[in-house]
Design a protein around this ligand. Structure first.
Ligand code: IPM
Ligand code: MN
Length: 354
């Protein structure tokens, strides 16, 4: 099969971790006889610095033309520490999501037996936890207008907006995922306070009737935040709006032992994007120390979701599990054991696949 991908390393540790995921992707393609072609493009702070736009038209054209996008991370302290900057790296990621129509962000949370002791949660709580968070990605407070400041700068505002159509398509997608898993869906909102959440609940209650095989449960987001760490095994598929999903999945990553472990697939209307859920970790940029596994596991999702190549995805996951068992790991999960570099972990996994 011919696989044409766009590679967007972005900022901070992005280039280092994407390089490992690309090595792994190449190894898998070689093993399974696929023809891989890829092209790199700019996104984020590096794109602002070189062309003044965090998501240049050229990058968008490349993404539209590709079968899948492998994405690193964006963000830079230069902008984080300057709230008055008008052009920001994050706008690049948001523009990409919007322009590619990526309304669903799928974040699987799975545990690895060899990492159980790394979780700050008790091993008996974590062992066997396996759920999927489906985060709405192109609506809500991230995109709602108006957004801005009053003229005198004394007031700032963001607006949370959702339409029936936006809610319906993401909740249906969540039901279709639940049907392929343990048939349990938790719909997370703040319907006791927010009008958009009440619309979510209303639409969901209508759809619920169409999926009688699935057990539907509604949960307020504050309660969900607690349940995720108190009884993570309770969940199968959860679906929620953009910002709740952003926050809950960072929280959920502690279950696995490190934020550096969680991959994601963003799917929707045009080309799908595969990216780790963590950020650009600027403190570690260029140090060859960051955990590449979230990005490597995102490549596994790419094989499965973009190309329907299940065996290939499985091979990547097996190789990652093997590297964890062999304790070939970066500092974030090494504990008191030996610490390997980003590229050593990538090379070990690549060799394993070969
Ligand atoms: C994520 C990130 C982004 C988000 C940022 C970098 C804009 O935190 O993908 O979770 O908030 O969506
Ligand atoms: Mn986030």
């Amino acid at each position: 099969m011919k696989l044409k991908i766009a590679v967007l390393p972005g900022d901070g540790i992005g280039p280092e971790i994407v390089a490992q995921a690309l090595k792994v992707t190449q190894a898998v393609c070689k093993q399974f006889g696929h023809e891989l072609s890829y092209q790199e493009a700019l996104v984020g702070a590096c794109a602002i610095d070189s062309v003044g736009d965090p998501y240049p038209a050229e990058t968008h054209a490349l993404c539209m033309d590709a079968d899948a996008v492998l994405f690193g991370a964006i963000g830079s302290p230069k902008y984080d520490n300057d709230p008055s900057a008008r052009i920001r790296p994050e706008q690049g990621l948001l523009a990409m999501r919007k322009q590619l129509g990526l309304y669903a962000n799928i974040r699987p949370i799975t545990t690895f037996p060899s990492l159980l002791h790394q979780s700050p949660l008790r091993a008996d709580l974590v062992e066997g936890a396996d759920f999927m968070c489906i985060r709405e990605l192109t609506g809500g407070i991230y995109f709602g207008r108006p957004q801005g400041r009053s003229e005198d700068g004394a007031i700032a505002y963001d607006t949370c907006v959702y339409s029936v159509e936006e809610i319906e398509r993401i909740v249906r997608l969540a039901y279709s995922c639940a049907l392929k898993r343990r048939k349990k869906l938790t719909i997370i909102d703040k319907a006791n306070v927010l009008s958009t959440s009440r619309l979510w609940r209303q639409v969901s209650q209508r759809l619920e009737k169409e999926y009688p095989e699935v057990e539907t449960e509604y949960m307020f987001v504050d309660n969900a935040a607690m349940q995720i760490v108190q009884r993570p095994k309770h969940f199968d598929v959860m679906v929620t709006e953009n910002m709740f999903g952003d926050i809950l999945t960072d929280e959920a990553s502690v279950i696995t032992g490190s934020l550096g472990m969680l991959p994601s697939a963003s799917i929707g209307i045009h080309t799908s994007v595969f990216e780790p859920i963590h950020g650009s970790y600027p403190q570690a940029a260029g140090k060859n120390s960051a955990n590449p596994l979230a990005t490597i596991l995102s490549a596994a999702l790419m094989f499965e979701y973009a190309f329907d190549l299940k065996e290939e995805g499985k091979r990547v996951r097996e190789a990652v599990a093997a590297s964890l068992s062999a304790k070939i790991v970066t500092a974030d999960i090494a504990g008191s054991g030996k610490v390997y570099t980003t590229s050593e972990v990538g090379a070990w996994i690549t060799d394993y696949i070969r």
